[in-house]
Design a protein around this ligand. Structure first.
Ligand code: GN1
Ligand code: MG
Length: 557
């Protein structure tokens, strides 16, 4: 770093002092805290994004959001050149940078890191960071801090893409680095053209008429609902009634997290909607769950991320079978595409059993889409979902290149055959579903197209398998980092003895399954329990909460 650069950084950093006593951590999905604490973090993450852009010679994304958390919170996460999450190898540096006590130590840390990572600043091509933010009012100030961080590294441009869903920003980063037009309009065009293509190839028959043309979407009073509202005129047969579209408080009694965790009817939906197909987005529209309101009740039947995954898996497996044709394996031009699904320990046990019964390979990873995404990329078609509704379908480049050629061949030899339609559907899915990160909007259109294809109501879809009753609780402890887990977070290795105690408790319940892990986004230890009936799942979760308190000590609330 030259002298000029150093003094520019010192000067800018002095305008963003770190709040006294604050401690920041990149966590499961970026930094999150009360928005009033985050200006220094945004400034520093801006510098980090610029550095990453220099190192990779690519465009990087910086998204300002606290997702499903309360409106007074905010946060920031980075998108790598592929459009995926920031490489995990940079997370420890992100932590150190965010916690540097003053401008001089910040400069020192930066200098050391630039040397260690061999990042060339002088004479390098200009870096670029795309910025997006959700609808939180604090986003504007934080955006300014991030811009100052980005541009304090000379030769970097900060391009403000405006208010976006998180997956839109990730999509734009990926598109821009691939040389595709990275505008919001292009995002919608790709999504809706491929959606209509899937509808065009729906098998003939009457069953699709069984599917209601109306979908109610709870927009969590966030950005996703607003974006959907603007698309309403372009959806053909589908009529979307968007509720909670920004008139109420973000995420308060609404949204995918609320619906999934509380299993309660969100605000502005009620008895009149009983039985209808409904979906909920979270605050930054990277999570999607479906549900229907139970008649005469304020409860819902949840169709969660596991069921979305199962629906996608079923459809994609069917298309692969059609594509291979009746002589599967005998023709030498058939490509044996690998299909795999990725879940976490929070996946309902019944979903994992169902997927395995379908003959699918199921892999488990720790919580956080960065882990699931990485594993899904090992397959030609890798489907990943967290139970809370965050997930997508990844297609390998090798498979897509083969599929393009196969499609051309089929369009001249057997146009409109089952095989040809299957190729077209798979290609359409690969364009429709966000390849960068889980995306509630593109996920929603894929669900809608598949339900129409299958001729299934939401009730029929929900009957794929029956969820095992489960309960999720959280416990405040003295130090949640004392909990160290292994085996995709299903076993605790430290503190010693607690795992044996959890196992002994779990053994008392038929079909019991229980695990604990420290949250990466909140200062709590999470407890998840499953059993053959709800009362048993509740009891198991409660007794394990007591064990956690016993072994780890009560925390301050
Ligand atoms: C049980 C649960 O839902 N955990 C969520 C939550 O992570 P925690 O590390 O559990 O706080 O937020 C993450 C980011 O949104 C999401 O990826 C993850 O699935
Ligand atoms: Mg989110």
């Amino acid at each position: 770093m030259n002298q000029l650069q150093q003094s520019a950084l010192l000067n800018a950093a002095s305008r963003f002092p770190i709040p006294a006593g604050a401690k920041f951590s990149y966590g499961t999905s970026g930094f999150r805290a009360d928005a009033s604490l985050l200006e220094s973090t945004l400034f520093r993450v801006g510098i980090l994004a610029a550095l990453r852009s220099f190192q990779t010679r690519s465009v990087i994304g910086l998204m300002i959001t606290a997702s499903h958390n309360q409106i007074s919170d905010n946060g920031v996460k980075l998108a790598d050149p592929s459009g995926g999450m920031l490489t995990q190898s940079w997370e420890p540096f992100a932590d150190t940078l965010a916690n540097a006590s003053d401008p001089h130590s910040l400069l020192q840390l930066l200098g050391d890191f630039i040397k260690k990572e061999n990042i060339i600043l002088e004479g390098a091509p200009a870096g670029e960071v795309l910025l997006g933010r959700d609808t939180r009012p604090s986003g504007e100030t934080l955006l300014e801090a991030a811009k100052q961080g980005i541009t304090s590294l000379m030769g970097t441009t900060a391009s403000d893409m405006g208010i976006l869903t998180t997956p839109q920003l990730h999509w734009m980063v990926r598109a821009k680095n691939k040389g595709i037009e990275a505008t919001e309009l292009n995002y919608y065009n790709q999504m809706l053209t491929s959606f209509r293509c899937l509808l065009d190839y729906i098998p003939h028959g009457d069953s699709s008429k069984n599917v209601s043309d109306k979908l109610i979407v709870d927009g969590a009073d966030g950005v996703g609902g607003e974006k959907l509202e603007n698309l309403k005129t372009r959806l053909g047969y589908l009529t979307i009634d968007v509720r909670n579209c920004g008139e109420g408080v973000l995420n308060e009694g609404v949204g995918a997290d609320y619906v999934q965790k509380e299993k309660m009817v969100p605000r502005n939906l009620g008895h009149a909607d009983a039985g209808m197909r409904c979906a909920s987005l979270d605050g930054d529209a990277d999570r999607l769950v479906y549900f229907y309101v139970i008649s005469n009740s304020n409860k819902i039947d949840l169709v969660d991320g596991d069921k979305i995954l199962s629906l996608f898996a079923l459809f994609l497996k069917e298309q692969l079978c059609l594509l291979n044709g009746p002589e599967d394996g005998k023709t030498n031009n058939s490509y044996k595409a690998s299909l795999g699904v990725v879940q976490t320990a929070y996946a309902n046990g019944a979903s994992t059993d169902y997927l395995k019964q379908m003959g699918l390979e199921v892999v488990m990873t720790p919580t956080g889409v960065k882990h699931l995404h990485e594993k899904a990329a090992d397959y030609d078609i890798g489907i990943y979902f967290e139970a809370n509704g965050h997930g997508t379908v990844l297609f390998s480049d090798a498979f897509l290149s083969w599929l393009e050629i196969k499609n051309q061949e089929l369009s001249s030899t057997s146009k409109d055959s089952d095989q040809h339609k299957a190729a077209l559907r798979l290609l359409a899915v690969s364009v429709l579903i966000n390849q960068a990160v889980g995306d509630a909007l593109s996920g929603l259109f894929l669900v809608e197209a598949i339900l129409k294809h299958m001729g299934w109501s939401i009730h029929k879809w929900n009957e794929l398998y029956q969820d095992l009753p489960s309960r999720q609780l959280k416990v405040k402890v003295v130090d949640r980092t004392a909990v160290i887990t292994a085996n995709a977070e299903t076993k605790v290795v430290s503190p010693t003895g607690i795992q044996e105690a959890i196992d002994a408790e779990t053994d008392k319940y038929p079909k019991g399954r229980c695990f604990i892990r420290p949250s990466g986004t909140e200062d709590v230890v999470r407890v998840y329990a499953e059993a053959s009936n709800q009362e048993a799942a509740d009891d198991l979760a409660k007794s394990v909460v007591r064990l956690v308190e016993q072994y780890l000590g009560f925390g301050r609330s």
